[in-house]
Write a protein that binds this ligand. Structure first.
Ligand code: SF4
Ligand code: SF4
Ligand code: SF4
Length: 180
C-alpha cells in the first residue's frame, strides 16, 4: 500500500501544463498544491470544507473544487476547513502543509483611481478589519497594501465603499525546503 509520503511525492511532480491550461483560483489555506485540488476534490462527496467554514467563504466551483469568495467576509485561519478535509482521510487540506498555513494564494491591491483616500477624502474603512496591519497610510491618505504583511485574508475587500480593493490568484508555491 502506498505510504502517505509516496502519495505526496506523486503530486510533487506537477501535472503537465496544469497551470498554463487553467485559470488560477483562490483556494482555501492549508493546501498543498493546485494539482491536488484538481485530482481529488471533484470526487469528494462530502465537500466538508464548505460546511466547516463559519465565515461562509468557501464555495464549490462547477468543476467540483473549492474556492474562496471574499465578497461578504474573509478567512480567519481558524483551521476548521483543514480539519474537516482530513476527516475525509484526504490530503487536500492539512495542517501539516506549512507553506499555506498563514497565507491565501491571492494578491490584494488598492486602486489609486477608485480609492477616495487617494483623492483627499478621509476614509479608514479598509484599515480597521486588517488585523495584520498590512494597509499602510501616508498620514491620513494614500493607502497601499504591504505585501509582506498581507495574508490574503480578504476582510478588507467588502469594507471598501467604492470597491477600490481587488485581488487576483497566484500560484501555490511550496517552500523549496518542503521538497527535501
Ligand atoms: S473537503 Fe477536502 S477533498 Fe473535499 S472538496 Fe473540500 S478540500 Fe476538497
Ligand atoms: S481557515 Fe477557517 S475561515 Fe478560512 S477558509 Fe478555512 S474554515 Fe474558512
Ligand atoms: S490587506 Fe489586510 S485585510 Fe486585506 S487581505 Fe491583506 S491582510 Fe487581509
Amino acid at each position: 500500500m502506498a505510504s502517505r509520503r509516496d502519495f505526496l511525492t506523486a503530486f510533487r511532480k506537477p501535472l503537465k501544463n496544469i497551470s498554463e491550461e487553467s485559470a488560477l483560483v483562490v483556494r482555501p489555506p492549508y493546501c498543498y498544491s493546485e494539482s491536488l485540488f484538481q485530482s481529488e476534490c471533484p470526487a469528494c462527496e462530502s465537500k466538508a470544507c464548505v460546511a466547516s467554514c463559519d465565515e461562509k467563504i468557501i464555495l464549490i466551483r462547477a468543476d467540483g473544487t473549492p474556492m474562496l469568495n471574499f465578497t461578504k467576509s474573509g478567512c480567519t485561519f481558524c483551521e476548521e476547513c483543514a480539519k474537516a478535509c482530513q476527516m475525509n482521510e484526504m490530503d487536500v487540506l492539512s495542517l501539516d502543509y506549512e507553506h499555506t498555513k498563514e497565507k491565501v494564494n491571492a494578491i490584494f491591491r488598492i486602486s489609486t483611481e477608485a480609492c477616495v483616500a487617494h483623492h483627499g477624502v478621509v476614509c479608514f474603512s479598509c484599515k480597521e478589519p486588517c488585523i495584520d496591519n498590512a494597509i499602510l497610510f501616508n498620514g491620513m491618505f494614500n493607502p497601499v497594501i504591504d505585501m509582506d504583511k498581507c495574508t490574503g485574508c480578504g476582510f478588507c475587500l467588502g469594507r471598501c465603499p467604492t470597491k477600490a480593493i481587488n485581488y487576483f490568484a497566484t500560484q501555490i508555491v511550496r517552500n523549496p525546503k518542503d521538497e527535501e
